[in-house]
Design a protein around this ligand. Structure first.
Ligand code: PGA
Length: 283
């Protein structure tokens, strides 16, 4: 089969850190310390910092993403942010992060509807999936992730009743982050081999949901969970893994410089081998 030519992506999830007066400076420092034409870089600050980060990064090849969107288009949802409000502020969005599944009770059904909102407003979704420690210990990790994807995609498909998404198909832009819940913020990572196995499971689940093998192969799968500059190599050594969603380490300039530099080596090797698509400016 012709290689899928996926890009290498490093996405920073700043979670509930930084503020509008400091976020721009941090973003510029990270952008300057991690310059490379080979890696797609995305920074996802809190909503209130999107404008500051976007302005600070103007002219730099770093995309800005949100950490969430609401599942509805608009309405009486106090304190919430709709995908359409992010136009001009963000071009990516993290969807279904395990902290939101845990703290806000987000379900796969809700997450499927959020995906639809992303497509309607031209936001490229990074969909998070991952098992609990008890699932892994019980040998259920792959079944759980397969089940999450099946349910999210079924919910997304149910939205087709409302007409096709304005921004094209999920096949065009979906990125999936495999984030084992027990590895997030714990300093404990999965193994590269486990992450690669899960990437295969994820692409298999897309096919099971009716995607062509070619479309499933083309979906970038990132690893997330305690990624650092020291830990990233093990994951990028796996051809099935296309980058990382980085939390804690993404607030540290030196760490991000190291992570992106390591990703750049992988990207250069994949480009030379003809298995990676060159990065499109502004992606
Ligand atoms: P972490 O978070 O790198 O701090 O473990 C990753 C994430 O939650 O996306």
């Amino acid at each position: 089969m012709i290689p899928a030519m996926r890009p290498v992506i490093i996405a920073a999830n700043w979670k509930m850190h930084t503020d509008p007066t400091t976020a721009g400076q941090l973003a510029v420092a990270i952008a300057g310390a991690s310059e490379t034409p080979l890696v797609v870089r995305v920074i996802c600050p809190p909503f209130v910092c999107l404008d500051a980060v976007g302005r600070a990064l103007a002219g730099r090849d770093v995309a800005v993403g949100a950490q969430n969107v609401h599942a509805e288009e608009a309405g009486a949802y106090t304190g919430e942010v709709a995908a359409g409000m992010l136009v001009g502020l963000a071009s990516w969005a993290i969807i279904g992060h395990s902290e939101r599944r845990r703290d806000e009770g987000e379900t796969d059904e809700l997450i499927g509807r959020k995906l639809r909102r992303c497509l309607d407003h031209g936001l490229r979704p990074i969909l998070c999936v991952g098992e609990q420690l008890s699932d892994r210990e019980a040998g259920r990790a792959t079944a759980v992730v397969r089940g999450q994807l099946a349910a999210v995609l079924a919910s997304f498909a149910a939205q087709a009743a409302a007409g096709p998404a304005a921004g094209g198909t999920l096949e065009d832009g979906l990125v999936i982050a495999y984030e084992p819940v027990w590895a997030i913020g714990t300093g404990r990572t999965a193994s590269g081999a486990d992450a690669a196995e899960m990437a295969d499971v994820i692409r298999g689940a897309l096919e099971a949901a009716g995607w062509s093998a070619r479309a499933a192969e083309a979906v970038p799968v990132l690893y997330g969970g305690s990624v650092t500059s020291a830990a990233i190599g093990e994951f990028l050594a796996e051809p099935a893994i296309d980058g990382a969603l980085v939390g804690g380490a993404s607030l540290k300039v030196d760490e991000m410089a190291g992570i992106v530099a390591r990703a750049g080596l992988t990207a250069a090797a994949r480009l030379a081998a003809g298995t990676m698509r060159p990065v499109e400016t502004g992606s």
